[in-house]
Ligand binder design. Sequence first.
Ligand code: SF4
Length: 432
Amino acid sequence: MWPRLYPHPERLPRLVFADAEGRIYDHPKFLAMGLSGYDVVLPEREDFIPLPQGSALYVLPDRHPIGFDPEQEKPVVLYENPYSPGEPAFALAAYLAPAHTQLYLCPYVESKRLPPLPLFSYAACGFWRGRFWATAFRSDFDHRQEVRFFDEKRIEERAKAALNRFSGNRLVEHLVVNCVRRYRCPAARNFVLGRFEAPVPTSSSCNARCLGCLSSQDEEGPPVAQERIKFAPTPAEIAEAMVPHLRQAPRAMISFGQGCEGEPLLQADLIAESIRLIRKETARGTINLNTNASLPEAIMYLREAGLDSIRVSLASARPHYYESYFRPRGYSLADVKESIRRMKRLGGFVSLNLFVFPGLTDEEKELKALEEIIALGVDFIQLRNHAIDPLWYLRKINFKPEGNCLGVKGLVDHLAKTFPRLRFGYFNPPLR
Ligand code: SF4
């Protein structure tokens, strides 16, 4: 199941850490370790791949790294920089490039109770033979978000052209000014480049309060990553911008439900009208909805209006962890399952947007609960890295390890055997 795309290090990489100025070092002898739930583990050589292009390395402030001391043959917390005694050493994590899924998180101890880290994923990484390595695998071969295919100059030229072509269209203005120029959103950049999947945000409100919401957070939560859209584009604005995209883009797709908005199902009438307007003009391309799938009736209504696929966000398939993460208002995991049932009954395509968190996602109990949902007819699992402060998250959901983890690759292997028709990836698959 795992084509060998990348080399593995001949030896286990060494621990990496940073000083207060953010300078990065590799430890003279400690080895890099990984975090699975609350367990600190020594990964296998085969778990490491070269840090993929487009990844970032983040220093975790006031958090000390854990490395494996081969002499003592045990994990050790590194409080001080061995190259500058008395100076603190801080943990370093990898924020993986899209299309790569983490196998282990970065292990660290907090110097005190700390506010949560920003909403990124924090994978385990190390250093060996002149390069950085991360515990990950390539989970999708689609190159729609590969940095090497994003030409900044061309993006800005096309962004200007889009503003001229769709002058007065508030949706296009939002996508260009906010998403392309301010947040460098890969989906919005692909829209102005006229290719692949284009984003269509519509909703400024939500019926959940996810701990990891990118666009709305409580006082004590992590910093918001994106400002939430403040208006609802009209069906005419949506059709004007998206019909040309669906007509001509390679592997054309449009997706309602983006990081810069609330829950799109709360705009079901607007989205249904938009789909009808679009399908009057073109049958080409895929119309997808990224959603918390909280409203089964609305899912049916949109499917009947012409929606092709839904992507259902899932941090855990176990009700108590689901509730603790999504903090739903007026719906439950049972409604989410009912939405999947109805979309399948109406012949629609269903993906799970699985927030992969090693030590939780691959626990045997989680697997059992996940299998129940997949058995409803799920077609595709997107193996996304949960973008959240690991220790803060586990505390917030009151995580109680139940052991028996299969490993992320083990989980995927098991699901592939149990559900031979099930496909895996990282991105929404084009269907037409
Ligand atoms: S469902 Fe989406 S918009 Fe709503 S709280 Fe969760 S992440 Fe935010």
